[in-house]
Write a new protein. Sequence first.
Length: 252
Amino acid sequence: MKLSQRRALNLLLYMALPHMPQRTRHQVSLNALAWAMTGDSRASPNLRTIIPDIEAMMQILVEWDVLGEDGGVEEWEGMTIVSWVRINRADDIVYYSFTPEFQVRVQNNVRVAEIALKRQLAFRSIHALALYEHTRYYLEDKATPWISVSSLMAIMGLNKNKYYQDFRRLSEKIIRPAVSSINDTSDIEIVAEVQRRDKGEVVAIRFSVVQKGSIGDHANAMTDGERLMSSGPADAANEGERPAAAMTQRQQ
């Protein structure tokens, strides 16, 4: 799912939750939707760019997996989210509906959506938001897995940008500012670590991840590589198992 679609979905959910289950149709201003998609409060609604993202959003499938003690899937549930959208240019309103099953699932999670939306909009850079979402998933593990530089570029939406195939540019222009943004504005702190080939080429990268205010140190999770940058003192989160129920999203 593109970042613009993710932000838009979260806004639609945030606006609709207080009115569930009494209402099945909801609305949001077109200006607000444009703002959520771009992260720019000055963005003007442009239907040529908004409609393709809405169409793609309507094809997103959400899945819930309930795992048994042996790690096998005990129950699986899948559903689309947005079932209907209408944009009225006369009053600049976007009308929309979620599928009934999705409303039942989420109608008691107003606070969750509010927190997620605030986190998303706190980042001025979509690259920082993408890196935040990637790294925070591994908070319980204290560090992300090693990934190739090309995979990191794909996560941050840069997989087709030849300019950033030079790792020095990628690090200076994208990674370092994103790490600083996450450490300054979010609920976690991260530190990047790299692996190099014999000739010095960076081939893989990972991030230690700690919750602010917890006990421990980034160094506990960093033993196999070279620290790319320093984020200052931070504490490591206690290890724990992932929840049995997990939600994933994929494009149909």
